[in-house]
Every structure is written in C-alpha cells, then in structure tokens.
Design a binder for this molecule. Structure first.
Ligand code: FAD
Length: 362
C-alpha cells in the first residue's frame, strides 16, 4: 500500500500528526505495533496553553478547555518547606488531563487510517520509503517516526542518539482528594513527588507522579512522604504496578534522508518538568506550519526543524538537569543556598510571570 506519508506509532503524537495531515487532505497511514490502544488510567499530562491552542485548532471537537482540569497555582517545595509559589493573574498556568482520555479523543475519526498490530521490522529508505511490518509491506514518500523513546525507525535510519538513565522509575496513581486547582512538586534526596489536580466525573483527585530510585519500594516511599508532608491521603487502595524506567534520550539530528523524528522518538525527558508531550506537540506544530516544504524534503526547512526543535529541547534538558542536580543533591549548605535563592525568586513577580510564560511555550 502506498501513501504520501507513513507515520510510525499511534501514540498521542502519531495521532495528532494524522489529524493535522487529514485536515490538509494529505494521504497517510499510521502503523502501530499494538493490537489496540495501550491503556494506563493513572497516567496524566500537564498541557501548556500552546498545546491546548494547537490541539483545539487541529480538531475543534477536542474542546480541551471544557474538560481538562485547570491549574491555578503551582507550589514548589524543598522537602517539606515551601520554596516557590507560581500563579498568574492573567490565566491558568496549565491544564491536566488523563493521557488515555486525550488519546481516545484523538483516535476518533482515525480508525480507517491506522493499521493496528503492525510492528515495523525493517525499512529501505532510498527515494521511496519501504517498510516491512508484521502485517505486510507499506511505502510512502516520507516516514515520520513517532514510535516513542525506543524508536525502531530512528535505529533503522541510523540517526545518532545520546541517552542516559537516571537510575529512577516514575510511578503513577490517583487518590481522591480536594485539590483547589493547586499543583505541587516536592523535591528531595529521595527524588520528586508531583501532585497534579484532576477532576474525574466531578470528583476531585490528585494524580501522583513519584520519581524515585529503582531499588525503592514506591508504596512504602509514598506512605512515608504522606506522613512527612502531612498530605492525609488515603493510600489503602494504591497499587503502583511496574512504573516507567526514566531515561533521557536525544537524537542529535532530527531527520535523515526521508525520515523525520518527532515526539519521544526525537527527545525523551524526565517527567519532573511535565514537558515531554508538550515539546512533542511543538514538533508537530512546526511540521504542520511548514508542511509543503517538509513533504518536498526542502533541506533548509528540515535543517531549521532540527535546529529549532533541538534548541528548545536542549533548553528544557538544561532546566531539568539543573533542578535534578540542585534539589536532588542538596547537602546542608547547598540546601540553605537553594532555600535563600528560591526565597528571593519568590518575591519577584515579574520573574515568576516570565517562568510561567516560558513553561507555556512549546
Ligand atoms: C510518568 C510520566 C508523566 C508524564 N507527564 C507529562 C506531563 O505532565 N506533561 C507532558 O508534556 N509530558 C509528560 N510525560 C511525557 C509524555 O507522556 C510523553 O512525552 C508522550 O506521551 C510521548 O508520546 P509519543 O506519541 O511521542 O510516544 P508514545 O506514547 O510512546 O507512542 C509511541 C507509539 O509507537 C508504537 N511503536 C513503537 N515501536 C513501534 C514499531 N516498531 N512499529 C509500530 N509502532 C511502534 C508504540 O506502541 C506506541 O503506541 C510524562 C511521562 C511519564 C512517563
């Protein structure tokens, strides 16, 4: 089967790419290795205002502002002590939704465009891309790799990738709790604990993301933090499952011949800054805005894609690494310096607004 564009992977990024191509009447096929959408009801994402604007433009039926939970303030804690409080007079600072809900809404209208149970195994990328899958052969003018952090297409195309492991896992769960639309992030030597407000059928919950050492038992760790930070969560029914091993990966160039990398296949982040999906949506926004050039493999545009997106991703990597290094390893003196630095920042509303604006751009 020949299409103009092949998309590897039907995750959120692959589906969003499909939606934006469909709107422009470009023929495409999404090839997905799983037989059906992968579900994890406890997985949530914080969406920036850029992401919400773009998602609503690509599909007005998504209407994210109607159902995603707004975050009106974000408080950062160094251990139990509040270090920085971010809020904005101008608008909410982000919106939280369940990843499955967003995925399900994006899959609407795409069913005929996805070939499920179709793992890409090999690829020939001369003038035309030809891939052989567990479900037959497909060809296209270009292939967009949105097949996630361990991208097969990235490997087959020979794109160079830098990666390192944090020795941590992210564990997610939901607890019923009043949240007042406040998000919290606790940093300490154990790792990070993020609490994101999420309304599920009018009931308030916190979505918990605990990033901690691979060897720690997450439930015991959370019970300890629950007491230490006076959170008063009822953790009786919490079951964390396996968790997600955390790694950072970065392709040094985001295209190779007629292969273009996008989303986690291009860059994968520690979830501490809640930016991985948003930056992937930023990749799709670039492709959408420059589609004719991308389809014609215009070299200056592909170079610009690679440079601009890599620059944004490097900025975010630098922020994440600084937070990780500063908070994760703070000894007594370091901890004091950090506290006074954060205290100063907390008294600077203009700088705080700039942080919020930066975090809301993709
Ligand atoms: C705990 C946690 C919390 C997070 N919180 C946030 C947040 O608050 N905000 C935020 O912006 N981001 C967040 N992220 C990051 C975000 O979830 C990811 O960046 C995003 O979901 C990646 O989407 P994707 O479509 O690029 O990749 P994926 O969702 O991994 O999709 C890739 C798809 O490709 C398919 N595939 C793989 N190999 C093949 C193959 N060979 N052939 C065919 N198909 C294949 C897979 O089955 C999968 O369906 C978080 C991540 C974690 C782990």
């Amino acid at each position: 089967m020949q299409k103009e564009v092949l998309i590897a992977g039907a995750g959120v990024i692959g589906c969003l790419l499909g939606k934006s191509l469909k709107k422009k009447n470009i023929s495409f096929k999404i090839l997905e290795k799983n037989p059906q959408p992968f579900k994890n009801p406890s997985r949530t994402v914080a969406l920036t205002s850029d992401s919400i604007r773009f998602l609503n433009t690509v599909d007005s039926k998504l209407d994210l502002n109607a159902w995603a939970t707004p975050v009106n303030s974000m408080n950062l804690f160094q251990d139990a002590a509040q270090a920085l409080s971010l809020d904005s007079d101008q608008e909410k600072i982000s919106s939280i939704c369940a990843l499955d809900d967003l995925h399900e809404k994006l899959l609407n209208d795409l069913n005929d465009d996805i070939s499920w149970d179709t793992a890409i195994n090999s690829m020939n990328n001369d003038k035309l891309i030809e891939v052989s899958t567990s479900n037959g052969n497909y060809s296209g003018k270009i292939i967009i790799a949105s097949d996630g952090t361990s991208s097969k297409i990235r490997e087959l195309s020979g794109c160079n990738v830098e990666e390192w492991f944090y020795g941590q896992k992210a564990h997610v769960c939901l607890v019923k709790c009043q949240h007042n639309n406040e998000a919290r992030q606790y940093f300490s030597n154990f790792g990070t604990l993020a609490l994101l407000p999420l309304n599920i059928e009018d009931e308030e919950h916190y979505s918990i993301i605990l990033c901690t050492n691979i060897t720690s038992d997450p439930k015991t760790q959370l019970e300890h933090l629950n007491e230490k930070y006076n959170l008063s969560f009822d953790l009786t029914d919490v079951n964390f499952g396996d968790g997600f091993e955390l790694k950072h990966s970065r392709a040094t160039k985001l295209y190779e011949n007629n292969v273009i990398l996008c989303g986690d296949a291009a860059n994968t982040f520690h979830p501490m800054a809640g930016q991985g999906l948003n930056l992937g949506i930023g990749d799709v926004m670039f492709i959408n805005d420059n589609l004719d050039d991308i389809l014609n493999l215009n070299q200056p545009t592909l170079d610009r894609y690679s440079k601009e997106r890599s620059m944004r991703n490097l900025q975010m990597t630098w922020i994440i690494q600084s937070l990780y290094g500063a908070f994760g390893n703070a000894n007594e003196l370091g901890s004091l310096l950090l506290k006074s630095g954060m205290g100063m920042l907390d008294k600077m509303p203009v700088v705080k607004q700039k942080i919020i604006d930066f975090a809301n751009r993709n």
